[in-house]
Structures are given as C-alpha cells and as structure tokens.
Design a protein around this ligand. Structure first.
Ligand code: UDP
Ligand code: MG
Length: 326
C-alpha cells in the first residue's frame, strides 16, 4: 500500500477514496448523505469521489445526482440500465471506482458516514479490507434481527469463509481487493462473503447501526431470504451432502423397520397389524424428504444454468465521468 508521506510532496497526488453508494429510489436520503460524506472527508487527507450507482430508480434521485455532478466534481453518477439488485449495483460501483480504496455504504444513512475516518485509519495501518461491524441495529424488526443473527451463524458454519458476524456491506476495500473482485464474475454474488474470500489483511471497526432516515426498506424479509440462499449455495455444497446423509438415515430406519416386522412375524406367526396411519406417516415423510432433496438439487442446478449463460452482470446507461449522462 502507498503511504501518506509518499503523497506529501505533491498535493494533487493525494490518495483518493471512492465512496460507492448503490441506491434505489432514495431521493430524500441522497442530499443528506452527500453533505455528511463531504463534511466527514474535509478533515481527512484523502480526496473524495462519491460514486452514486443508480439501480433503476424511478424517482427524482438520479436527476438530483446528475445536477450535483455538474457543479461538484466529487459527485459522480453511474446509471444501470434497469434494477439489477443491490449486490450487482455494488459490483458495478467497484468496477468503476478509481480510488486507491473504496467504501461501500447504503444510501439510507443506516451506515453512518462518520465511521469512515475510522475505516480509513485502519486502512492506513495496512489493512486491506476493513469491516464496519454493527454493535446494535436500531429500527429493525425482531424477526429481521433474529433471521440475520441465525444467517451469519449458519453461513459461517457451512461456508468455511470467516465472515465477521453482523457486518453488512458497509466496509472499506483497498485497490488490490477491488482488482481481485473484478476477476470474480459470478452472477449470484454475495459481496460480504466475496470480500472475505479474496483474502488479504482483514480488520474491523465497531459502530451502532441507526434506523433508516427516510423511505421504506427495499429488503423485505423474502428478499433477505433469497440473498441468504444465494450466499449459502454460492459458498457451500454442504446442503447437497446433507440430503445424501438424510437419504442414508431414511434407508437405515426402513431397514430396521423391516427387521422389526420380520421379527414380529417369526414370534407371532399369525401376523400383526401395522396400521394404515403409520404407513401414511412413512409415505408422507419419505415424500417430503425426497422433495426437499430434489428442491435442494434444483437450487444448485438452476445456478449452474444461470452461470453457464455467461451474461454480463449489468449494463450501464450513463456515467457522468465519461460524459455519458442519460
Ligand atoms: N438497493 C439497491 N437496489 C435494490 C435494493 C436496494 O441499490 O434492488 C439499495 C438501497 O437503496 C440502499 C441499499 O441498497 O441504499 C440497502 O437497501 P435497504 O436499506 O432497503 O436494505 P436494509 O437496510 O433494509 O437491509
Ligand atoms: Mg437500509
């Protein structure tokens, strides 16, 4: 990593921080966020670029950023051709960031920009990925908190990737990590896992997560669940191994049952009744196990199918930096 004093001689050659802000209809939050980012960065030696990534917004937010970019060189707008989802928007932002480091931050001010100096301090110490780990999460339902807590535990156990508990996408990544991530082109991306998986020196700072300032969450529980499934299937094949294990257990139970019947017949040659309901229970249980296994297999097969198409992850319809401003 380049050190600060290497830049001291020439003032324009300050290191640059790109703040990547993926957003979907965040008209009310963007001006507040931009002001807070600028204020926080005033006291920092790095120069600032705020790369707003419009993930198919239908409100006035892209127009606001476009007009801001005309008057303030720190603001930049990258527009995706439609809504591709949060993880892809982050990817597009990192692909286009030209800073020496990038910070990924949500547009809704849930990730306080005031934590950025701490992230930068760690980066200057030589850390190449710095997570902002949530000490608390305000304004979120108990269900979301419970599911999030369970997810991180399951993911860590399955994926064998050491993702920190309770760190969202809010984190700093060094240029080396950005370049590494550029080579990872999988479609179902779980950026939190990938930034860990690439390696390099990883560190953390802690903060309290605020409630959303304005507008609605774009991550209802079902979307979070989909992200969780994507994350697990992208990082671990253990669920497939479990289904094989489940099949093995079912076979064993069946065999024991058969032996029991045989034994009963030998001891009571008249035969004993094995009721209809116990038969139904076995059939339904086995049917369930089979469907779950096939479903699990289907998750992986559908991912193979989607990845095999090798479609680009996103399309850009405008970038204020290159003058393609639509
Ligand atoms: N977002 C996005 N594309 C989407 C959904 C969300 O770019 O399809 C952005 C959103 O504008 C916000 C961030 O991703 O900046 C996190 O979303 P949100 O705050 O709704 O999620 P939550 O914090 O509730 O998990
Ligand atoms: Mg949020």
């Amino acid at each position: 990593m380049r050190r600060l004093w290497e830049y001291a001689a020439v003032s324009d050659a300050r290191p640059k921080l790109t703040v990547v802000v993926p957003f979907l209809n965040e008209e009310q939050n963007l001006p507040l966020l931009f002001d807070r980012l600028c204020k926080v960065m005033e006291s920092q030696p790095e120069s600032l670029e705020v790369l707003f990534v419009d993930d198919g917004s239908t409100d006035g937010s892209p127009a606001w950023v476009a007009s801001k970019a005309k008057t303030d060189p720190r603001a930049r707008l990258l527009r995706l051709s439609r809504n591709f989802g949060h993880q892809i928007a982050i990817t597009a932002g990192l692909d286009h960031a030209d800073g020496d480091a990038a910070v990924i931050i949500d547009a809704d001010l849930q990730d306080p920009p005031e934590v950025i100096p701490e992230l930068l301090a760690k980066w200057r110490e030589g850390y190449e990925v710095v997570y902002a780990v949530r000490r608390s999460r305000e304004g979120e339902t108990w269900l979301k908190k419970f599911l999030a807590a369970s997810f991180y535990r399951i993911f860590r156990a399955l994926a064998k990737v050491d993702v920190p508990m309770d760190a969202g996408d809010f984190r700093l990544v060094d240029r080396k990590v950005i370049d590494a991530l550029k080579q990872v082109r999988e479609l179902h991306r779980f950026m939190r896992g990938l930034t860990c998986w690439v390696g390099y020196k990883q560190g953390a700072v802690h903060y309290d997560r605020a409630a959303r300032t304005m507008g609605e969450t774009k991550y209802p529980v079902w979307k979070s669940f989909r992200l969780a499934v994507d994350a697990i299937t992208a990082f671990s094949a253990s669920p497939l191994r479990w289904t094989a294990g489940l099949g093995g257990i079912a076979c064993l139970v069946g065999l024991l049952w058969f032996l029991d019947i045989l034994w009963a017949r030998l001891v009571h040659p008249g035969g004993i009744e094995r009721g209809w309901s116990s038969l139904m229970a076995v059939i339904i249980f086995m049917g369930g196990v089979q469907l779950v296994s096939v479903g699990m297999l289907g998750q992986y097969v559908s991912r193979i199918f989607e990845e095999s198409k090798r479609r680009p992850l996103y399309f850009i319809k405008g970038d204020t930096a290159s003058g393609r401003d639509s």
